[in-house]
Design a protein around this ligand. Structure first.
Ligand SMILES: Cc1cc2nc3c(=O)[nH]c(=O)nc-3n(C[C@H](O)[C@H](O)[C@H](O)COP(=O)(O)OP(=O)(O)OC[C@H]3O[C@@H](n4cnc5c(N)ncnc54)[C@H](O)[C@@H]3O)c2cc1C
Length: 266
């Protein structure tokens, strides 16, 4: 599908907890059909009286519904852009540009997948859940959050069956060494056809250290999101070679093993 601007009606826009908001838009069925898990849109956050967000903000699709002409987002209200977005009301219109980027690989032939998410990283991986559930692919999820009130397990699974391991900063269970022990235990008991992660460099680098193969969605700051401005360039190791890639158009999904932890500039 052509990447272009879309004017979408806001159908629902609600807080899911103190920090995260859920946004449901009406969109043309062909757009929802062409959008895949792991892709994102550039949202034009409306200008307010005092704050005027300059650039569009990248947001992963959280839900995709071609049958009911729906695209959904789940986002953390944190700065100028998302505070402006937060003020949109049902009946209003949101301009967005996309779908952008390369999404996750998925096969309905697989037996079981592992999803490792931290914070709002779960929004990016959420569209994999109905795909897997519809295909009868088993789901194991390790969800990490600051505290139980931030976890959003129900928003992630939306009724799909899954084996969930929740870890929190508030009780220390999200510490890297404890997550490593938990993951080792999970990997002893279950075999996964694919492993996905999003939302935490600490978890990503732990998974690299454990030589877990799979895919990571990266949330790099970006401006144009079309591969032109180069603001989202990041370092990767591919077959022993160091290469720069643009997260917006060559990602945001990359093989876990290739993402470099080296400081890139300065
Ligand atoms: C491909 C992609 C998908 C994303 N999907 C989601 C999503 O589904 N839900 C969600 O809540 N967020 C998502 N993000 C992050 C989201 O784009 C930023 O939180 C948002 O742009 C912040 O805008 P702001 O104006 O509110 O905050 P700003 O005032 O711009 O920034 C507030 C804080 O957020 C940091 N920040 C700004 N932009 C980004 C960025 N692009 N990535 C990471 N940190 C950033 C800043 O460094 C600052 O610390 C995604 C980012 C990318 C690149």
């Amino acid at each position: 599908m052509k990447v272009e601007s879309h004017s979408c009606e806001v159908l629902q826009h609600d807080w899911v907890n103190a920090r995260y908001k859920y946004l449901r838009l009406r969109c043309p069925a062909p757009l929802a059909r062409a959008t895949v898990a792991g892709q994102f849109f550039q949202l034009a956050c409306p200008h307010g009286e005092t704050e005027q967000p300059f650039l569009r903000r990248p947001m992963s699709v959280y839900g995709i519904g071609p049958q009911d002409e729906r695209i959904e987002f789940l986002y953390h209200v944190k700065g100028v852009g998302t505070r402006a977005l937060e003020r949109l009301r049902p009946g209003g219109t949101l301009e967005m540009f996309g779908p952008l980027g390369r999404g996750f690989r998925f096969s309905p032939q697989w037996q079981r997948i592992l999803l490792v998410a931290r914070g709002v990283g779960l929004a990016t991986m959420a569209p994999l859940v109905p795909l897997a559930a519809r295909a009868g692919v088993g789901i194991t999820a390790l969800l990490s959050a600051r505290a139980p009130s931030d976890l959003m397990q129900e928003e992630f699974l939306r009724g799909a069956p899954a084996q969930v391991h929740a870890v929190y900063d508030s009780d220390g269970s999200s510490a890297v060494d404890r997550v490593e022990a938990l993951l080792r235990d999970v990997l002893l008991r279950q075999r996964f056809d694919m492993v996905y992660t999003c939302g935490s460099n600490r978890l990503l680098f732990l998974m690299q250290k454990m030589q877990m193969r799979g895919e990571a969605a990266l949330e790099q700051q970006m401006a144009c999101a079309m591969g032109v401005c180069l603001s989202c360039v990041r370092l990767f190791n591919e077959g022993g070679e160091k290469v720069f890639r643009r997260v917006c158009c060559e990602g945001p999904v990359f093989p876990i093993a290739t993402v470099s932890g080296e400081v890139q500039f300065g």
